[in-house]
Design a protein around this ligand. Structure first.
Ligand code: SF4
Length: 206
């Protein structure tokens, strides 16, 4: 596949490579045909980071918010998408560039979401039982792995838990690139950014 120019229509398929924070937003969006402001912002910047163009990103949200009429979409949502891409607003520094996709560090330190919001890092924002259910619902069900995740989050080692899940889900591919010397050690360092998680997953599986 090609990740340099993903389309709106490709996002459902690509979401298998997303870290839990973004998979969670994607699933909420598909379930409710809506996401609240901070979730939209987090997800929009992530999609920008995977290479989705502004036009495709607008199309993605327009189709995803299928219960919302065109005029309401234009008045309530369109500006924020364009703003994230630097197409409108902001100071001159940001114009044309917009905002940077959020790192794990940012997502792990911002104020926790309140009820009904889905943004942030689920390893931190979900209580352990709900986190394990969420992981199982996205196909992560190995008991030893889930036990490890539970211990990590108990010690507030949230991104270690995330990397543990990544390593498990890509075990065979990681072994292959290591055995064949295809990737350097630094290419297999801890993932510290949702976009790095995506990119590494995509490259390992394609
Ligand atoms: Fe997302 Fe980072 Fe949390 Fe993983 S550790 S779920 S990539 S914010």
């Amino acid at each position: 596949g090609d990740i340099t120019t993903p389309t709106a229509a490709a996002i459902d398929g690509l979401s298998q490579h997303f870290p839990l924070c973004m998979q969670n937003l994607h699933r909420e969006l598909r379930k409710n045909s809506h996401l609240k402001h901070f979730g939209r912002l987090q997800y929009t910047l992530f999609l920008k980071g995977i290479g989705l163009s502004l036009q495709e990103c607008i199309l993605f949200w327009r189709k995803s918010f299928k219960l919302i009429a065109d005029d309401k979409f234009k008045s309530d949502y369109l500006y924020n998408i364009r703003h994230a891409y630097g197409d409108v607003g902001g100071d001159s520094n940001r114009r044309g560039r917009g905002y940077t996709p959020y790192s794990c560090q940012k997502l792990l330190t911002e104020p926790a979401p309140s009820a009904g919001q889905t943004h942030g890092c689920p390893y931190r924002t979900y209580n352990p039982d709900n986190l394990l259910s969420l992981l199982q619902s996205v196909g992560v069900s190995d008991r030893t792995l889930l036990q490890g995740v539970k211990e990590d989050v108990g010690k507030q080692r949230y991104h270690i838990a995330c990397n543990r899940v990544f390593d498990y889900a890509h075990k065979a591919q990681i072994k292959k690139v290591k055995d064949e010397g295809l990737w350097s050690a630094s290419e297999l360092d801890l993932v510290l950014h949702p976009n790095a998680y995506f990119k590494r997953s995509f490259l390992l599986k394609n």
